[in-house]
Write a protein that binds this ligand. Sequence first.
Ligand SMILES: Nc1ncnc2c1ncn2[C@@H]1O[C@H](COP(=O)(O)OP(=O)(O)OP(=O)(O)O)[C@@H](O)[C@H]1O
Ligand SMILES: Nc1nc2c(ncn2[C@@H]2O[C@H](COP(=O)(O)O)[C@@H](O)[C@H]2O)c(=O)[nH]1
Length: 298
Amino acid sequence: MSDARTPPEVDRVAASRRAVAARRERAALKKDVAMRVITPQELLRRALANPESPAGAMRVTEFLTSIPAIGEGKRDRILSDLEISPVKRLGGLGSRQRDALARFLDDRWPELAPRRGRSRLVVLAGPTAVGKGTVAAHIKEHHPDIHLSVSATTRAPRPGEVDGEHYFFVDDAEFDRLVADGELLEWATVHNRHRYGTPRGPIEEVLADGRTALLEIDLQGARQVRAAEPSATLVFLLPPSWDELVQRLVGRGTEDEEERARRLRTAKTELASQGEFDFRVVNDDVARAADEVSRLAH
Ligand SMILES: Nc1ncnc2c1ncn2[C@@H]1O[C@H](COP(=O)(O)OP(=O)(O)OP(=O)(O)O)[C@@H](O)[C@H]1O
Ligand SMILES: Nc1nc2c(ncn2[C@@H]2O[C@H](COP(=O)(O)O)[C@@H](O)[C@H]2O)c(=O)[nH]1
């Protein structure tokens, strides 16, 4: 069937579809900032890195009102103070305006900035197979200043896992001893199966040195850390979709059908609890997600 529309009409329809798609992407980004999935600082960084991206195409007015606590009146005062025209898009800001906006965000909304006011204890949690281990390993490789905690576990090593590097593999009696002697900062029975816990000593040393400690642990452990250290930074890693999560679990090939089903049941509970976390990061790409987590950790 031939298209009866003239070329200018075809162009207009295509342009209008692109505009609708771009509007949707900008709306999703605004929601991410409002829901604290990403920080305004991160959105601004993305806009400046790529002015042609949906973040770059966002108007400064939309950007500011997506931040909880900024309404339209406050927004207009801020723009006037920073001498930024309301019609400007983030990607089109001049260097003076960019610096002024970045400084303003860090100075006036420190709670929105990743690090300040929080302890250097950072927890990375999320459902099974979302990629916590992969993202944590990427951070370990690229940010040697961040100490990645090595947990103790009663689970058997997988092929290729090294004792003392991936986990301290211990038997039930040794795990009981670690608990009884108070040597674990937190511990939990994960997926109703094996016990896992964070050795306390190394974490205390790292924090005493003023360095950052990253714990890749489950939801129960994250809650214990929050109770023990309310200023800890809790980051929840999200999959791009449920289907992708299942795909990653199956693709990893380290669990049998029964264990996969058990883990996916836990995953549903964990995903329902993501609102308890300070930040949520989508693991759509390992390097990008690791970069975002490490910025929250610094
Ligand atoms: N961004 C990504 N894109 C595609 N595949 C990924 C991504 N991140 C991780 N993976 C893959 O997903 C699988 C699960 O990753 P990983 O073992 O790191 O998950 P996990 O969250 O630590 O799981 P668990 O809690 O069950 O230990 C691995 O095969 C990994 O290579
Ligand atoms: N509460 C804790 N959970 C931990 C710890 N170390 C790892 N984990 C979590 O266990 C599951 C399963 O891990 P796997 O290596 O068997 O796939 C995963 O969610 C980890 O985050 C810990 O010290 N404490």
